[in-house]
Ligand binder design. Structure first.
Ligand code: GRF
Length: 192
């Protein structure tokens, strides 16, 4: 059974979908803790599933490195086999990547390497592209530059807004994440 810690920043709709999958008896991973870089609404999903949660508010620390030190303390306490970034809108500090990589994966609402960064949906829409996608990658020291573990194209429809497009992407992200973690738990995905 793979012990997974999930980090979020927002509503956590992708987290909730993962929690629902992990609650299935035959799913080979379970969530040991949910963390956030702020008082994220999505932490309530952890409560709903009786899963411990923690918040390390980025704005409470003088530097990114100091924030990273506390985040590492919190993560270390749960001894996760895998850390999933599911809507964490913060770049992980070097100390966290150094300590936990390659056991960190991230979901991104674009077809990487297209449209990396915090506004992948908006950027895809603004580019005039007719399709974008969803990706699950391994986190390295860059911005959405790690090895791609899974990705799938998502069509951009005429009249799409950032919200309607994101709502079409998220279910794909969720499905890819659930499958990637299942493959990691089965040992099918060797981390480089
Ligand atoms: C997801 O699309 C994630 O990939 C991106 O932000 C969104 C988070 O949505 N970084 P939610 O908080 O899971 O609803």
């Amino acid at each position: 059974m793979l012990n997974v810690a999930v980090l979020i920043s927002g509503a956590g709709s992708n987290l909730r979908a993962f929690l629902e999958a992990a609650a299935e008896a035959d799913y080979p991973a379970h969530v040991v803790a949910v963390g956030a870089d702020r008082d994220a609404a999505g932490l309530a999903h952890a409560d709903d599933f009786g899963i411990p949660s923690f918040s390390v508010p980025y704005t409470s620390y003088p530097t990114r490195a100091a924030w990273g030190e506390e985040l590492a303390v919190q993560l270390r306490a749960w001894d996760p086999d895998l850390i999933v970034l599911s809507g964490l809108m913060r770049l992980l500090p070097d100390n966290v990547v150094a300590e936990f990589a390659p056991r960190i994966i991230n979901t991104h609402p674009a077809y990487l390497p297209e449209f990396p960064g915090a506004h992948g949906v908006r950027d895809a829409l603004a580019s005039g592209a007719t399709r974008t996608g969803a990706s699950v990658i391994q986190v390295d020291g860059g911005v959405d530059t790690g090895p791609i573990l899974a990705q799938e194209r998502v069509e951009i429809e005429p009249g799409d807004t950032e919200s309607t497009l994101h709502d079409r992407i998220k279910p794909v992200e969720r499905r890819l994440l659930i499958d990637v973690v299942r493959r990691i738990a089965a040992g099918d995905l060797a981390f480089s």
